[in-house]
Each structure stands twice: as C-alpha cells, then as structure tokens.
Design a protein around this ligand. Structure first.
Ligand SMILES: [Ca+2]
Ligand SMILES: [Ca+2]
Ligand SMILES: [Ca+2]
Ligand SMILES: [Ca+2]
Ligand SMILES: [Zn+2]
Length: 456
C-alpha cells in the first residue's frame, strides 16, 4: 500500500514539467501549471494504472479504468458525473481496440468504433448522425503505411435494412486528412527528440538545438496552449461533445506524442500524425498568433491525436466549419472567435441540452399550413382561413430546429376569392381594401446574440 502510494506520488511529480538540463528541480511544479491542471495530470497518471478519479475536482467521480493482466486498458467516462458512463473504451497493448458513446445515456449507442493495427491499420466507425437511434453511417478508414495513404469509404444504410451503399470513396495522403493538403507537413520533423524537453503526461516537447526542434520560448508557449486546451478545454468538450473528450482522455492515458516545430506550410498552423504520435507546429504562427489562437490550434490537433479526422472529401473540414473546427474554436478558449454561438451549436451536434445552452433564436417563416380560423374575407359570407401563413420558429444558433412548436403569427396570402380583407396581415402581405395593421415581425436573434457559456 505504502509502496504503491510512493510510486504513484513519484510518478505524479515526474509527470509535471521538467526542463531537466536547465538545472531546475524536476520535482517542482512549473509556475505555468495551474493547480487544477496538476490535479488533472495526477488523475491521468492514476488512470494509467487502474483507478476511479474525479478529473474536474467537483467531488463526483467521472472516469474509471481497469488494466487486465494482459495489459488491456478499459476506460469508462461519466462526463456529467451522474454515475452512468457516456463513453467506454477498450485498448489492447498491440494498439487495437474499440470505443463507444451513449451521449444521452439511454443505453443505445450513437457511435461505435473499432480499430486494428495488423496486418495493416483499419478503423471502422458506425454513427447515428441524425439522432434517431439508428446508426446509419459506416466509415472505413484503411491506412497503407508503405505508401503513406489513407483510404476512406463512407457508406450509408438509408432504409435501415442493414445494406450499406457507398456515399464516397477517397484515397488521400494521411497528412491531408489530418491537417494539411498544401505541403508535406512533416518535412524536417525532429529526429533528435531527447532532452532538453518539456514532459507533461505522454506529451514531450523537445526544445533548442535546431533540427526541427522548437525553441525554448516556443515550447513554453505550446505548454501554455496545452494547459489551456486540456483545462478547461477538455472540461468544455466533456460537456459539449463527450466522445471527443473521452477519446482525448483515453489517448492521454495510453499514448505518447512528440511535438516538433518544423512545419512550414504557408497557411497551416499544425498537423498531426496520430498513429506515430507526432504533432508538427508552424513556429511562424507562434510569432503572430495570440494565446487564444495557439490554444485552439492545440485543441484541434489533440482532437486529431485522439483519432478524429475531417470527414469531407478534401479533408479540410468543410471550409473549417465541421465539428473538429467548431469544437476547437469554441472550447479552445473562445477568443478571436467571430461566431461563438454558431461554433457552440455545431460542436454540440446532437447533444440537445448543450446545444440549447449555446442559445436559441426566433425566425419568422412561411409554414406548412394556416390555422383553421377564418381571417380572410371576400364577398358576403365568404370567410376563409389564409392560404399561406408565417410562423415564429424557435431555432438553435446553427439554424437547426428545436422541438418547440412553431407559433402562428400572420396570414401572408389570402385565397383568391377572399382578398377583400386580411384580418392579420404579415408585413410582406399584399395590401387589401380594408386596412389592418400588419403583425410585427418576430425575427429575433435572442440568446444567439449573447455570449455562449464558454465565452462568458
Ligand atoms: Ca468530477
Ligand atoms: Ca453520465
Ligand atoms: Ca444513446
Ligand atoms: Ca440515425
Ligand atoms: Zn484538422
């Protein structure tokens, strides 16, 4: 008991930053590491050996792990601390394994992933993309390590009969998927990855000495970004998108990554090679970007490290609007973010509770059918309901519909035989011979115009 406690404490301390060749005491926490983050790192160190931990220190356990005799690592992640996990993962020592998520805790999984490394790496993902409880999308990603290519086949089972048909089939370079399609992102990546280096959990940032290594200043900047991206970024992700958070947590507990500074692609801040654990950063951007930008770059690459890839054919993330970009911008500090509510809603995806907190707005739209009361009048005894009507529709900030029932506002057009008088005209209605004041337009940005939770 005492022995293992000592081992654990030593481990926890060694996991804190050490710039060992600079004469600093490696057992002293760097002042750049906030105490909450030290707690997070200690929790990860404990998870590596099998434990139940309270990652955010709110008094409720949120992650637990066990390690089998053969080294298989099992992780359960209960992001909201209510005792039911939303994410689970089994990772075998050979690098194969599987993960799942049940975002709404109804015991129906929305996302399941399994991966093997031999004879060549293949990852298969099933996902319920529309939240109807049925996983209709299957993505198969096959790596060819010799050629450095990634073959991605996206299939959909439209009818639910279990037969999948191919939606897209693309062959790209692995780097292209994970960040850059502009140039070879790993040219000049450091081959000497020894000390001096910053070590935080499985992350090492070798610095000074050239050869693609970061400068000490850049390394410390990246460490700050790492702290920012994981804490509170990881906390934000847990709330918004527990699959990303669970995968990052698993990856931190089971993998290593080395960060280099040799990326020199003009418009790319970072690239990630998840399977070999290499992240390459464009040091040029560190000179001009503020901390918020570096933070979101780091979180973006960590999401890739945890296995997520841009799913569109170009591998660019749909003009930087996909879930990876949205979550990295929103949870990565929410600074310099022109569209925080939109990013928040896109990051939340099918997580309706989190999406609601991003804000809602009202849009006035033409609806399917008018109410049955007779608001349009023609000749004597000709009283009819409207032909087309407008409704106030409550929407999320990404324009997706909420469950709220649209509210009738006004009659836009009356039937051809009842155009003498419109009792409740819209602002856009044609004039009638009796003059009624138009109903005020209900379009309102609502809480979509106010900062979402992570930006307050
Ligand atoms: Ca907790
Ligand atoms: Ca839970
Ligand atoms: Ca579910
Ligand atoms: Ca579905
Ligand atoms: Zn990316």
């Amino acid at each position: 008991m005492n022995g293992s406690l000592t081992v654990y404490l030593t481990l926890a301390l060694v996991l804190l930053v050490c710039s060992c060749q600079h004469g600093e005491d490696p057992t002293t926490a760097s002042p750049e590491i906030p105490p909450e983050f030290s707690h997070f790192l200690e929790s990860i160190a404990r998870l590596q050996h099998g434990a139940s931990v309270d990652l955010d220190g709110d008094g409720k356990l949120d992650a637990s792990s066990t390690v089998d005799a053969d080294g298989t690592f099992h992780l359960l992640f209960d992001a909201d601390g209510d005792g039911t996990p939303e994410y689970g993962s089994d990772e075998r020592p050979d690098g194969s394994g599987s993960s799942w998520t049940d975002r709404d805790q109804d015991h129906v999984r929305e996302w399941e992933e399994s991966h093997v490394v031999a004879p060549s790496p293949v990852e298969i993902t099933f996902e319920d993309e529309d939240g109807d409880g049925r996983k209709e999308t299957r993505v198969t990603e096959a790596f060819d390590e010799a050629r450095g290519t990634l073959h991605v086949v996206v299939e959909r089972d439209a009818t639910g009969g279990g037969s999948f048909s191919v939606v897209s089939d693309t062959l790209t370079s692995d780097e292209q998927r994970q960040g850059s399609d502009k140039c070879a992102g790993f040219a000049g990546f450091p081959t000497n990855v020894g000390d001096p280096a910053i070590h935080v959990a499985g992350v090492s940032i070798p610095f000074d000495g050239g050869g693609g290594r970061c400068t000490e200043k850049a390394a410390k900047r990246l460490l700050r970004a790492l702290v920012c991206a994981l804490f509170p970024g990881e906390d934000c992700l847990r709330h918004m998108q527990s699959p990303f958070a669970g995968e990052i947590l698993k990856t931190f507990a089971t993998k290593k990554v080395t960060i280099g500074c040799s990326l020199d692609c003009v418009d790319t801040r970072g690239v990630m090679r998840a399977r070999t654990g290499q992240m390459n950063i464009n040091a040029g951007y560190l000179l001009i970007d503020d901390d918020g930008e570096v933070c979101q770059t780091m979180l973006h690459e960590l999401i890739h490290w945890a296995g997520a890839r841009h799913k569109d054919a170009e591998g660019a993330g749909d003009d930087e609007t996909d879930r990876i970009y949205a979550c990295a911008r929103y949870c990565g500090g929410c600074r310099d973010d022109a569209t925080p509510n939109l990013d928040c809603a896109r990051c939340a995806g099918l997580n309706a509770l989190a999406k609601e907190e991003c804000g809602t707005k009202t849009e006035q739209e033409v609806g399917m059918s008018c109410p049955s009361y007779a608001l349009c009048h023609g000749g004597i005894f000709t009283n009819r309901p409207g032909e087309t009507c407008e409704f106030a529709v409550t929407k999320y900030c990404d324009d997706s519909d909420t469950a709220e029932v649209p509210e009738f506002v006004c009659v836009k057009d009356c039937p051809s035989d009842a155009q003498r008088c419109n009792d409740m005209p819209c602002e856009s209605s044609p004039p009638t011979s009796c003059t009624k004041p138009p109903a005020a337009d209900r379009t309102d940005l609502g809480s979509c115009g106010m900062p979402p939770p992570a930006c307050r």
